[in-house]
Design a protein around this ligand. Structure first.
Ligand code: PSU
Ligand code: MN
Length: 306
């Protein structure tokens, strides 16, 4: 474990890491910026329970008062959920200033990977990752998540990426960065709300044991980057393609009209798509996160047995 002077590892998490037991990291931007209160808190607590039921220790990651926290209490999760978008969304470029000033930050996929790695956690579960935005050839809006996947050795289990992004360009970028994109039980990249996207993954993998073996090989080879596992939303919770496509197109149109840019883009699109599709998309979102938490815990267990 890297004893970073800003890092606080929760005792239960520290003990599990030291004993070589499975631990799964979770992000906090999904709580503060990805879902409305109180469903965000309820989901975050259920995700932790699912990880425990599947034999691993959960470590929700966030920045509180300038401290990098690996493992939150239920009260801290409630605090993040209630404050919502009032908490700063913290990407790699924000870490130094937030720590120096002793402020709070909700960790994205990027900063959750960074802090997980500092603490010695190898596997991380979330909903969707950031990527190359549509129109990035002129806006240059490419999520720092892709750079982090290229340089930090953490496995990220997600449900693919929302088609608020350009999925083809996102895959090209990941290839350039040397990030393997694995499909769990599928040859096709899932698009978060839907099981299919029309784009292929690099490899199909059918068991948590094989996922763990691939990641172990990557680490033992000394390759420094991450690995992206894309786990399709369970069939019964998937959304009709037309409903979700119409909502996303409308949300992107409004985003451009309002001139929203930078770190506000993703939270705006997420919130608008959720509004336009009503409670259905929120329910889908919650269910796919549970599905990813379970797979991540099972994979973390297998990784510890290798
Ligand atoms: N995509 C989702 N839900 C999310 C996010 C992305 O479907 O909650 C969050 C994650 O925290 C991700 C971040 O790391 O948004 C990416 O933001 P940006 O595009 O500004 O890099
Ligand atoms: Mn961006």
């Amino acid at each position: 474990m890297n004893l970073n002077r800003f890092l606080d590892v929760n005792p239960e998490v520290a003990e599990a890491i030291a004993a070589g037991k499975p631990v799964v990291a979770l992000e906090s931007t999904i709580i503060s910026h990805g879902m409305p209160y109180p469903q965000n808190v309820e989901t975050a607590l259920n995700v932790e329970r699912i990880i425990r039921e599947n034999g691993a220790v959960p470590a929700t990651i966030a920045i509180i008062g300038g401290r990098l926290k690996a493992g939150l209490t239920a009260e801290e999760i409630e605090y993040f959920g209630k404050k919502g978008q009032a908490i700063a969304k913290a990407s790699r470029r924000d870490l130094a200033v937030l720590c120096a000033r002793g402020q709070d930050g909700a960790t994205t996929v990027t900063t959750t990977m960074m802090i997980a790695h500092m603490a010695g956690i190898k596997i991380f579960a979330t909903g969707g990752i950031g990527g190359v935005h549509r129109g990035a050839e002129t806006t240059m809006d490419i999520s720092a998540d892709l750079e982090e996947l290229g340089q930090t050795p953490v496995m990220v289990v997600c449900a693919g990426a929302k088609s608020i992004l350009d999925l083809g360009l996102t895959l090209e970028y990941l290839e350039t960065k040397g990030v393997p994109v694995l499909g769990f039980g599928t040859d096709e990249l899932p698009a978060f709300y839907t099981r299919k996207s029309g784009f292929g993954v690099d490899y199909r993998v059918d068991t948590p044991r094989e996922l763990a073996a691939c990641f172990k090989a990557q680490n033992d080879l000394g390759l420094k980057g991450g690995m992206l596992v894309t786990n399709p939303i369970p069939e019964e919770f998937a959304m009709p393609l037309e409903t979700i496509t119409a909502a996303i197109d409308k949300a992107i149109g409004e985003c451009n009209e309002k001139g929203i840019h930078g770190k506000q883009t993703t939270p705006f699109l997420l919130a608008r798509v959720a509004e336009l599709t009503g409670g259905n998309s929120l329910d889908s979102n919650i269910q796919l996160v549970y599905n990813n938490a379970k797979l991540a815990a099972q994979t973390a267990k297998c990784y510890c047995e290798l």
